[in-house]
Design a protein around this ligand. Structure first.
Ligand SMILES: [Zn+2]
Length: 481
């Protein structure tokens, strides 16, 4: 979870139309073919905007306006030469270490910090952006929704708890469902083709797309086939994509030597970028969450699933029939508690107390909801000028088994003063120019990284430790300060 920060502005958004417009047999803007379509353009934009905002809220955005503008600049140039330049295109770099890229319908494209750290030049990034733009221009999400004949599908986000609990206290992650919509192989191949088209139109060297596919192949090999990022696991096999990309390249008659690759400029943009999870925003040691930026710690129950998003820390028991939720609240603890207990259907008597020396206000509650009676405990805590709301609850009949664990967890919130925790820093990308020819293994001995040499190979688009680096080349490494 993060301190409150401004989110990126999504840019001017077209007004969304109401009602479900039935557009039987619309013409697909990217392919020109006629297709049955239940979703209008204004609905695409409205859904995409909601997904975009929810994603930025859930993951946070990388706080580097120059980097955001750089990525958006590439995206806008490519979108402008697409078949749908009039959409309210918006691009963002999400603050997520996982390698991923998403397209929400209507022109909203997101890449992760993790993706950027694994790209070797601007043309590689352009190939990913072009592919995602292709999903938008070819209306793949709209097609998927039409296929499922449910225009609202995916608008309620995935949750680690049962859905009836998720809606009670405003849950994080709503609106993310569209991001995890699976596209078919034909749609992925079509997006590759469209991305290639947009690269050609903006003079990005399309040969560089190969490196991206290769990086994904290496990741697949390294991970042993499991733990693949969402993006890769839903995409066609890299070998298949490489074969198709090479066939497309064979049709190119233009002289590609003048096309943009821009390795140095790209690397300068990403130098210093955080690599891997950012411990400043919370990290676990066993069941204990430490939050250096907000200077607190919490002990979660043994064996519970946990999720630390930008807006909340969530935990749930294996059965998923209760939830612990830590978020920020408005006002003083007393004001926030009164607002909470003053809601219609909520019963309970909040009381003033202290928790590990912190001013607190809260108590047990019962809430009547359309899904039945919920019960649990909530405490509002004053810490470092902010009010935290820490709640544990579940369906009344199930939650009694957890009541003591929930209360004990709420009481485990305490300030952190340990400098080793407060000063914890994320790992960062550093660039190193190689003075003479050497293998990556030699490079790694001379310029060590905090990650294994195999991973250094991966982020540099190299096969492995034996790969040879020429004199004068710039290589990425990962350092702790
Ligand atoms: Zn795709």
């Amino acid at each position: 979870m993060r301190s409150r920060r401004p989110f990126l502005r999504a840019g001017a958004l077209a007004a969304a139309g109401g009602g479900l417009a039935v557009l039987a047999c619309a013409t697909n803007p990217a392919t020109g073919s006629k297709e049955f379509m239940l979703v209008s353009e204004s609905q695409e934009i409205a859904m995409g905007q909601q997904t975009f905002q929810a994603s930025m809220q859930n993951y946070g955005v990388v706080q580097d306006s120059a980097l955001q503008a750089y990525v958006a600049g590439i995206g806008h140039r490519m979108a402008a030469v697409s078949e749908r330049p009039q959409l309210p295109w918006a691009f963002a770099v999400l603050d997520d270490p996982v390698i991923n890229a998403f397209a929400a319908p209507g022109g909203f494209v997101m890449v992760t910090r993790g993706l950027l750290t694994h790209m070797g030049n601007e043309a590689e990034l352009a190939s990913v952006l072009g592919h995602e733009i292709g999903h938008v221009t070819a209306r793949h999400t709209a097609q998927a929704i039409t296929r499922q004949q449910v225009a609202q599908v995916g608008l309620v986000g995935a949750s680690i708890v049962k859905p009836e609990l998720a809606g009670v206290i405003q849950a994080a992650g709503q609106g993310l469902g569209l991001l995890f919509m699976k596209f078919g192989r034909d749609q992925e191949s079509q997006s590759d083709m469209l991305g290639f088209r947009y690269m050609m139109r903006t003079n990005y060297d399309p040969r560089e797309a190969d490196n991206v596919f290769e990086t994904f192949s290496r990741m697949e090999a390294m991970s042993g086939g499991d733990r693949l990022p969402d993006w890769q696991s839903t995409h066609p096999a890299p070998e298949d994509r490489v074969a198709k990309a090479r066939a497309r390249l064979d049709t190119v008659t233009a002289d590609l030597s003048s096309f943009t690759v821009n390795r140095d400029g790209f690397l300068r943009r990403i130098e210093g970028l955080e690599f891997g999870p950012n411990p400043r925003q919370g990290y676990f040691e066993g069941n204990r969450l430490y939050h250096p930026e907000m200077a607190f710690q919490v002990d979660f129950p043994d064996g519970w699933k946990r999720q630390n998003t930008a807006v909340a820390v969530l935990a749930a028991p294996p059965k998923g029939d209760a939830i612990l939720q830590l978020t920020l609240a408005k006002g003083t603890p007393e004001e926030a508690a009164r607002a909470f207990f003053g809601q219609e259907g909520v019963q309970g008597e909040p009381r003033r107390s202290t928790v590990n020396g912190l001013q607190a206000y809260g108590g047990d509650f019962q809430a009547q909801t359309q899904d039945g009676t919920l019960s649990g405990s909530v405490v509002f805590l004053a810490h470092k000028g902010q009010t935290f709301r820490f709640a544990g609850f579940g369906a009344a009949q199930a939650v009694s088994a957890y009541a003591e664990q929930l209360r004990a967890t709420l009481r485990s919130f305490r300030p952190v003063t340990d400098r080793a925790v407060l000063d914890k820093q994320p790992n960062r990308l550093r660039l190193q120019k190689v003075p003479s020819q050497m293998t990556l293994q030699e490079f790694h001995r001379r310029y060590p990284s905090v990650i294994p040499v195999e991973q250094v190979a991966l982020i540099n688009g190299l096969d492995g430790p034996a790969s040879v680096i020429s004199a004068g080349e710039t290589v990425k490494r990962v350092v702790s300060r």
